[in-house]
Design a protein around this ligand. Structure first.
Ligand code: SF4
Length: 280
């Protein structure tokens, strides 16, 4: 008998739910709003929000007269906020409170004279924001090999909220073994960790796992990586359209999870499609 098993934790985290709520609320109030970059890494949800009036821009110079700007949950570099303030533009700040905390930690460490290692992915929008709070004292490190020699310095460590806990531990271990003074702030997000732990549990209970979420979503890709690292069969989909009946031939237990930027309505449509293919 075929069975669908949902991960214990999946889908929207509170930071993304909050950002989308703020966007919807602002649009309902009649304001014209543009988000600086896609509000989340999920093209389907971005299209839905565009259909109710949210414009996506890549540069603040693309703002139209009278438009408010929405800062997405990843946050933005300090210079961007300053420029928006200088131009007297209405800011709707949807920076996730956990990202804002990591920004404050980088600011604090740098102000206290620490060299700040940001464990994260170079070029990720959140990391670009974090770097801007470090006043030139930051090093972005994504692996052990990239840990700089700061043996004569006071070193602070902060993580990109969606960074892998294993790699964070490795980097912390390496820095601690080399430096005489280290301050560590664990800024990794619980939401990501809970989804990662839940997908690990799902591997043991299922024959195939479907991970739903944007192909450009770091936290969704992390879920896929975890399943792959355990040698289990996994399919990463963005939309219900991609689901194929042949994936479930000979399988009894189908595991489902979704990244923190995957809306409930997309998950529901994927579940409907799987049920239609497997149970009808
Ligand atoms: S994954 Fe965590 S840090 Fe990122 S937006 Fe969601 S709650 Fe905030």
């Amino acid at each position: 008998m075929m069975e669908i098993i949902l991960a214990r934790e999946y889908g929207f985290c509170f930071g993304v739910r909050r950002a989308i709520g703020l966007a919807e609320e602002t649009l309902r109030s009649g304001k014209k709003v543009a988000s600086l970059g896609p509000i989340i890494h999920n093209p389907l949800e971005v299209s839905r929000l565009e259909s109710i009036g949210l414009r996506v821009i890549d540069d603040i110079n693309e703002l139209k007269e009278g438009e408010s700007i929405l800062i997405r949950s990843h946050g933005v570099p300090l210079e961007v906020i300053q420029e928006l303030k200088d131009r007297d533009i209405d800011i709707i700040d949807a920076t996730c409170p956990l990202v804002a905390r990591a920004q404050r930690m980088v600011d604090f460490l740098s102000s206290e004279g620490y060299k700040v290692i940001i464990a994260g992915e170079q070029g990720h929008p959140e990391v670009k924001g974090l770097v801007s709070y470090g006043k030139g004292n930051t090093f972005v490190v994504s692996s052990l090999e990239e840990v700089p020699d700061l043996s004569k310095e006071k070193v602070g460590i902060v993580g990109q909220t969606t960074f892998s806990i294993e790699r964070f531990r490795e980097i912390v271990g390496e820095v601690v073994s080399r430096s005489w003074e280290v301050r560590i702030f664990n800024t990794l997000c619980n939401a990501s960790r809970k989804r990662q732990k839940a997908v690990e549990e799902l591997v043991d209970k299922t024959d195939v796992i479907i991970v739903i979420g944007g192909k450009n979503s770091a936290n969704t890709r992390r879920l896929v990586d975890i399943v792959e690292s355990k040698g289990a069969t996994v399919y990463h989909i963005e939309s219900w359209d991609e689901v194929l009946a042949e994936w479930f031939v000979g399988k009894e237990k189908i595991g489902i999870t979704a990244g923190a930027s995957t809306p409930d309505w997309v998950i529901d449509k994927v579940l409907e499609k799987i049920k239609r293919l497997c149970f009808q």
